[in-house]
Write a protein that binds this ligand. Sequence first.
Ligand SMILES: [Zn+2]
Length: 100
Amino acid sequence: MGYRDEWFKHNPSDHGWYTCAACGKKIRKADVDVDHIVPQKYGGSDRLFNLQCLCKHCNRSKQASMKDTVPDLFKTNGKRAVRGVKNGLTNIAKKVLKRK
Ligand SMILES: [Zn+2]
C-alpha cells in the first residue's frame, strides 16, 4: 500500500472533507496532497509521522519555499530537526512554511 492510501486509512474524512494542515481550509479527497513534511529527498520517511494533508495551493508554495530552507534547517539545526522528525515535525514544518 502506498503512503497516500496509508494516510487516508488513518485519517478518516469529516463527512467527505479533509483539513489542510497549513491553511486549515476544508478540501475534498481529490484535492488532498499527502505531503512529506520532510521531503523524501532529504531523508523524510514514508511513515505516518512524516505525512500531512495539504491543499494543492499550500503544497505548491511549500515546495517553492523548501528549495533552500530545508538544507539550511538541517545544516544549522540538525539535532533539533532530527528530534522534530521523531515528534512529527509539525512545528518545524510550520516554520518552513512561514519562511518565504
Ligand atoms: Zn492549504
